[in-house]
Ligand binder design. Structure first.
Ligand SMILES: [Fe+2]
Ligand SMILES: [Fe+2]
Length: 139
């Protein structure tokens, strides 16, 4: 499968969040690379992705909370749901190896990432940027 590629259509108009999403694209591609060529590095690449997600979700949540995003709770619970799912995937990876999880690593993870960025993150950051604009105008 072709690697995931960053494109401007994924931008949420926030430099730091975009940078973290670019890093997530790299992490996801590293996971695919492990599956294809270096199975021994799969666990460490997955762990790195999960660590980055944990930090990234906190950063997004802080921004949305500071800017009074009305759907903050929904977005935060989706982050928590995904982290719990990743914990479960890790347990299954250790128990049964990557075979039964190929679909998750090759397709599920990518499609979750793309749809989350384009829907929930885009909506959250659109709100953040609108509030930023109003605060700027008020100065
Ligand atoms: Fe995000
Ligand atoms: Fe998010």
């Amino acid at each position: 499968m072709t690697p995931l590629e960053w494109n401007e259509g994924l931008s949420v108009r926030d430099f730091h969040i975009d940078e973290e999403h670019r890093a997530a694209v790299e992490d996801i591609n590293a996971i695919t690379h492990s599956l294809d060529y270096e199975p021994d590095s799969l666990l460490s690449n997955f762990d790195r992705f999960v660590d980055h997600c944990r930090e990234h979700f906190r950063n997004e949540e802080r921004l949305m909370e500071e800017h009074g995003f009305p759907q903050f709770d929904v977005h935060q619970s989706e982050h928590h749901r995904v982290l719990a799912e990743m914990d479960d995937i890790r347990r299954r990876l250790l128990a049964d190896g990557p075979g039964p999880l190929e679909f998750y690593f090759r397709i599920g993870l990518k499609s979750w990432f793309l749809s989350h960025v384009r829907s929930m993150d885009a909506a959250g950051l659109e709100h953040v940027n609108r509030v930023r604009g109003r605060r700027y105008d008020a100065e």
